[in-house]
Design a protein around this ligand. Structure first.
Ligand code: SF4
Length: 241
């Protein structure tokens, strides 16, 4: 990694350690005007960050990936968020020139057949649209938390994403579930009601289910697969080197 990039990561990481989240994001928006973006899936975590950005009128873009397979409840909280903050969250959709032949060849539910098929579906519906959404940005803010996946415990709060060529900032990485829920309740932020029914990490409807108390958070996603393979390609974790 070039020294200048390493210095930039260190400088942002120091900022993230020292300042409240809204001040870090404000600072980034001034440092990289028009080049800071936040991806939301309308989860508890993402709603918290959306609140901080929009209630403080911080000029960063917010987008979501509409895979075409989301829960009705996700569209409801998206709509409620637009209303609450008087905004229009932008959606990126799968490229129809990729999706149509993919579904024609494999059918609508081929993700249940193998890890490769599932990753192919995630590529068309999420990874490729994400690349378009991130294009021309320098900073990508995410709602990732360490509790959500075993391989996120050693993740730095600020890191370089080689596959998307962008700096990622995870402001809630070390927040607990209770802290996130308390914040949501305190500010009466709209949230996905599936969270009240045992859903933790909410993605596409056919690939997400509720978990039982005490079950691992990732048990609700791609439950038919081996635990170690449960990433969809959106967040490929790499240590800065
Ligand atoms: Fe396809 Fe499931 Fe991935 Fe959604 S989560 S893109 S439906 S494989």
């Amino acid at each position: 990694m070039f020294n200048s990039l390493q210095n930039q990561l260190t400088q942002i990481a120091e900022l993230a350690e020292a300042l409240p989240i809204e001040e870090v994001i404000t600072n980034l928006s001034k440092q990289f005007p028009g080049k800071v973006t936040f991806s939301t899936s309308f989860s508890f975590e993402d709603q918290l960050i959306t609140h901080k950005i929009l209630s403080n009128k911080i000029p960063v873009s917010i987008f979501t990936l509409d895979t075409g397979r989301l829960f009705e409840e996700t569209y409801s909280v998206w709509s409620a968020t637009n209303e609450r903050y008087n905004t229009k969250i932008r959606a990126y959709y799968p490229d129809h020139t990729l999706l149509e032949p993919y579904v024609a060849e494999n059918g609508p539910n081929s993700f249940y057949e193998s890890v490769d098929q599932r990753k192919a579906c995630c590529y068309v519906r999420k990874v490729e649209p994400l690349k378009r959404a991130l294009k021309n940005n320098v900073i990508w803010i995410t709602g990732l938390r360490a509790e959500h996946s075993a391989n996120r415990h050693d993740m730095p709060q600020v890191e370089w994403d080689e596959s998307n060529q962008i700096i990622k900032y995870h402001p809630l990485l070390h927040w607990t579930t209770k802290e996130v829920k308390d914040f949501i309740n305190q500010y009466n932020i709209p949230y996905n009601i599936l969270h009240d029914r045992g859903f933790v990490s909410i993605g596409c409807a056919p690939c997400t289910r509720a978990i039982k108390p005490g079950e691992d958070f990732r048990a609700g996603r791609w439950w038919w697969e081996d635990n170690t393979k449960k990433e969809c390609g959106l967040h490929v974790h790499q240590q800065a080197s």
